[in-house]
Design a protein around this ligand. Structure first.
Ligand SMILES: [Zn+2]
Length: 212
């Protein structure tokens, strides 16, 4: 074969390779766009449901056209497995907004630990996971809570940093080894500032003093 023929074959191979890369890149993009556990509001109950998109089907269908999105898991299954999956309309323009991780990060961001008042910055997956404390004064890390229960807990619980979660767990499990100094704690055991102390006292400690 002559040199121009080699050149033509080479150009054709490069174009073919480029097309293949572009083709698979779309499938990879779809895979990452919809991956992860998500929280939807179930249209039937109005309560949160934890779901997963069927990634393999979405990526595969994107190779031949518009990706077909449906669920592979839902916390309401198997009882409601035959539902119409209307909740998928909540995916919106950016499905990442529906991720459990995103909702947890959004809740902690801008808040402060109920005990040490240290503000939460951006959460990172490699960090120690922070916790929540409820009216029973028991701290629990957010990843130990069933995901679909989190939105409910976000309304009734206060955020707690990992360090204070460990300290409070020790306090709870080994009370005989801890010296308690009462007088500056709210109904959930959270540390109160002077302002919040007066506020809680004026309301007879019947409401939760929320961190700023
Ligand atoms: Zn803390």
């Amino acid at each position: 074969m002559t040199s121009p023929t080699y050149l033509l074959i080479l150009v054709a191979l490069v174009i073919l390779l480029g097309a293949l890369v572009f083709w698979f890149a779309e499938a990879v993009r779809v895979f990452f766009r919809y991956r992860g556990r998500m929280l939807f509001t179930c249209p039937e109950t109005g309560k949160a449901a934890c779901v997963k998109v069927a990634l393999a089907d979405a990526a595969r269908s994107s190779l031949t056209g518009r990706p077909q999105i449906h669920l592979s898991e839902c916390s309401r299954w198997p009882e409601r497995q035959s539902c119409g999956q209307e909740c998928l309309s909540e995916l919106g323009a950016d499905p990442q907004n529906c991720l459990v991780w995103t909702k947890v990060s959004d809740w902690y961001r801008g808040r402060a630990c109920a005990y040490c008042h240290k503000p939460f910055l951006e959460l990172a997956w490699h960090d120690h996971r922070p916790a929540l404390v409820g009216p029973d004064r028991k701290t629990v890390q957010w990843n130990e809570v069933t995901p679909e229960k989190l939105p409910e807990l976000f309304e009734t619980h206060l955020p707690v940093c990992w360090n204070c979660h460990i300290a409070e767990t020790f306090r709870r499990e080994y009370p005989e080894k801890v010296v308690v100094r009462p007088g500056n704690r709210g109904p959930m055991g959270e540390l109160l500032t002077e302002c919040k102390k007066q506020d809680a006292a004026s309301r007879g400690l019947e409401h939760v003093a929320r961190p700023s």
